[in-house]
Write a protein of this length. Structure first.
Length: 140
């Protein structure tokens, strides 16, 4: 579904849109996509809402349930909160995306900040989930 959004000027499709940052870059991106591309991006954004609930709950739960959580509860709780906050940032980013795609708002900067924070928080939570099973003594 997102493949037509990836063109040489917009190499990462929807991620390029989320992280455009400036109004000029956003305008160029939307011009390259045209109305059909903007409609496709909006449809993909709507599909992201169930996904963000799934990854927020999954990463958060895994952060607290994996073996390393018993031995190191503070990082486990931080990873769970990071997953939840990533999902909240994703909701706000999606709302801005839909408003920008419908030409009701110009907010490329705030959307890029939310996207960057979302990616960082999700990566931090995912790092804990990936590392937790390998923590010495985590299986005790």
């Amino acid at each position: 579904m997102g493949r037509p959004l990836s063109v040489p000027e917009v190499p990462y499709g929807l991620a390029s849109f989320e992280l455009a940052g400036g109004e000029a870059a956003m305008a160029a991106l939307l011009a390259r996509w045209g109305p059909d591309g903007a409609a496709r991006a909006a449809a993909m954004t709507w599909l992201d809402f169930p996904f963000l609930v799934a990854y927020g709950l999954s990463l958060g739960s895994l952060s607290l349930l994996l073996g390393g959580a018993r031995r190191f509860p503070a990082p486990a709780r931080a990873a769970a909160w990071a997953a939840a906050l990533a999902a909240v940032c994703d909701v706000a980013e999606n709302i801005l995306s839909l408003l920008i795609l419908s030409a009701r708002l110009r907010a490329a900067g705030p959307m890029a900040v939310l996207a960057a924070v979302k990616f960082l928080l999700a990566a931090a939570s995912l790092a804990w989930v990936a590392a937790a099973p390998f923590i010495p003594g985590a299986r005790d």
